[in-house]
Design a binder for this molecule. Structure first.
Ligand code: PMP
Length: 285
């Protein structure tokens, strides 16, 4: 991704894509002091942009990084980067991290907090077969307890086990991996939240130890507006045997039907199709 034309917003100005570099002694590289956002623009407008900017600030604060930018500043930066890209439909990546400076140890209070925004085209997250039903592996790693790490921050450090688990899943021919949490309950995929359907009602894990996705919250509201009951609760893995449908939600994933998780299978049913179509209509409204 580094060798391409275009510009990246870096610390207040647009710089040529290939020159948007940081020093190897950046604190973030050594100690994971990095938080980010994944956003999508549709028809030239970022869906739920302010919510993403607010979450970026909350994530930075959770890692004790004083944000040098307000929500309005972040909005302006994203607008500038999106306009400069010339794209109407695009993925927007905002990144905040501790740079290099006086400190090279774990403590980094004197090092600058920096920000970048990059914009690029990104099609269906799980490929062209999006509506066929993705196949998921069950991850060996568990989402950690909220007492061990700031689980609600969208922080780079929380993705270490996501990358390992997704590599393993892809090597087995799966699109992604589903995590259980440290207690053994169903949690989320490596970059998306999960929903299940049974007897016309929807069940989704309580977001008490993982990212409460903006898409997750949007889809829960869409379901409630349709009069569909949504149970946010602790879900045991063996309950997957009784669920009829399953889908993932996320900014990149949007609403992606799931056909299989481990040995459990699901149909790509009417409600899944309806929610996927409604979400697509909503983001473009
Ligand atoms: N969980 C994880 C680990 C993620 O990376 C994402 C994508 N940001 C989500 C859930 C879904 O969040 P959102 O709907 O806000 O994109």
């Amino acid at each position: 991704y580094d060798d391409r034309d275009g510009v990246i917003w870096l610390d207040g100005k647009l710089v040529p894509w290939r020159e948007a570099n940081v020093h190897i002694l950046s604190h973030a590289m050594h100690y994971a002091s990095s938080v980010f956002e994944g956003e999508r623009a549709y028809n030239g407008k970022i869906f739920k942009s302010r919510e993403h900017s607010e979450r970026l600030i909350a994530s930075a604060e959770a890692l004790d990084m004083p944000m040098p930018y307000s929500v309005d500043d972040i909005e302006a930066a994203k607008d500038e980067a999106l306009k400069a890209s010339g794209l109407q439909d695009a993925y927007v990546r905002a990144l905040v991290w501790r740079g290099s400076g006086e400190d090279m140890g774990v403590a980094s209070a004197k090092n600058p907090v920096r920000m970048a925004v990059a914009v690029w085209p990104w099609g269906a997250y799980y490929g062209d077969a999006k509506m066929q039903g993705a196949k998921l592996d069950i991850a060996e790693w568990k989402r950690p307890s909220p007492e061990t790490i700031p689980v609600h921050a969208k922080a780079a450090g929380l993705y270490m086990i996501c990358t390992i688990s997704k590599h393993k899943a892809e090597a087995k021919g799966c699109s992604d991996a589903l995590f259980m949490d440290w207690r053994g309950y169903v949690a989320e995929a490596t970059g998306a939240n999960v929903f299940f359907v049974k007897d016309g009602e929807v069940h989704t894990p309580l977001a008490d130890c993982f990212l409460n996705g903006i898409t997750r919250q949007t889809v829960i509201q869409m379901l409630k507006d349709k009069g569909i009951t949504v149970h946010e609760r602790r879900i045991k893995p063996e309950e997957m045997a009784d669920f009829e449908q399953c889908w993932l939600t996320g900014t990149a994933a949007e609403v992606t039907p799931v056909g299989q998780i481990g040995d459990y299978t699901f149909e790509v049913g009417d409600l899944t199709r309806e929610i996927a179509a409604d979400y697509e209509a909503l983001v473009r409204a």
